[in-house]
Design a protein around this ligand. Structure first.
Ligand SMILES: [Fe+2]
Ligand SMILES: [Fe+2]
Length: 275
């Protein structure tokens, strides 16, 4: 019997090694799009995703306050920064396959699956690009400790589809748009052109991921006749355990369909003026 998309998602989630996980992710994305191009469709099906995805033995996962901070101006600091990005990208691969399997019981247009399969494939590419950069700097993913708790947003929203879309693409991935230009500058100053080009690829493609989030969030709100902005504020306050931190990349957020009145009221400043 041919595999359903949900079964493929669970297989990616339960593969521990980063390079193996991303290779499988790429293989299944290619299968999905080949079927779409041929005018057929892989069935979505249902499958139970694990509570936590499988991960390699290394990196050691530590509480954020125990992860040593290093100055970004030093070569060791740049390796630490890239290592943190690799960890985020691997988590993103799992997040995108998880949303496919986790909410497969909610009927969605096929375009929803096109978007998240494409995003999962891009995250796989991002992880490999960053791993290549780390290896060129004589390091590798797993050489340093990484943040535990990255999967918390997924666990908190495991039964709330709108909550997942609000917190993961529209808060966490949107935050990536705010911080990536500064990171690119750090590597430009160091003359590390390979890393600059990897980060530029990531930056360009992440706009799309935030856009998929706002597109499908708006779609689901419309299906239930809900006001997207109000629902977004309510869900982010419920599931995201902090205020949003400016400065925001307002231009790229706008490009991704995220208007200022979605995120400004969730800052420390904004939450004073709104009940
Ligand atoms: Fe990414
Ligand atoms: Fe992403």
């Amino acid at each position: 019997m041919t595999q359903t998309l949900s079964q493929m998602a669970v297989e990616v989630l339960t593969t521990a090694d980063g390079r193996a996980k991303t290779a499988l992710s790429h293989k299944y994305a290619a299968a999905w799009f080949a079927a779409r191009k041929a005018g057929s469709e892989i069935e979505i099906g249902t499958a139970t995703p694990p509570i936590m995805p499988s991960r390699p033995d290394k990196p050691e996962l530590l509480s954020p306050r125990d992860v040593p901070r290093r100055r970004p101006g030093s070569p060791q600091g740049r390796i630490a920064l890239l290592h943190a990005v690799a960890h985020i990208e691997l988590n993103a691969v799992d997040l995108h396959w998880d949303i496919i399997a986790r909410f497969a019981d909610t009927p969605m247009p096929v375009g929803f699956y096109d978007d998240w399969v494409k995003a999962a494939d891009e995250e796989s590419k991002h992880f490999n690009l960053v791993c290549d950069c780390l290896e060129n700097l004589d390091s590798h993913y797993g050489a340093l400790p990484a943040h535990a708790g990255m999967w918390r947003a997924a666990e908190d929203t495991a039964t709330d589809f709108l909550g997942r879309l609000a917190v993961v693409p529209m808060v966490l991935e949107a935050r990536g748009l705010d911080v990536t230009p500064g990171m690119i500058t750090v590597f430009q100053k160091a003359g590390e052109t390979e890393t600059v080009s990897a980060l530029e690829t990531i930056y360009a493609e992440e706009v799309g991921h935030v856009a998929y989030g706002s597109k499908w969030f708006n779609f689901l709100c419309g299906r239930h006749n809900l006001d997207p902005k109000d629902v977004f504020h309510k869900l982010v306050r419920k599931y995201f355990h902090s205020t949003l931190k400016p400065p925001f990349n307002e231009e790229k957020r706008a490009e991704a369909g995220l208007p200022p009145d979605f995120y400004w009221p969730l800052t420390e400043q904004g939450s004073v003026t709104e009940p």
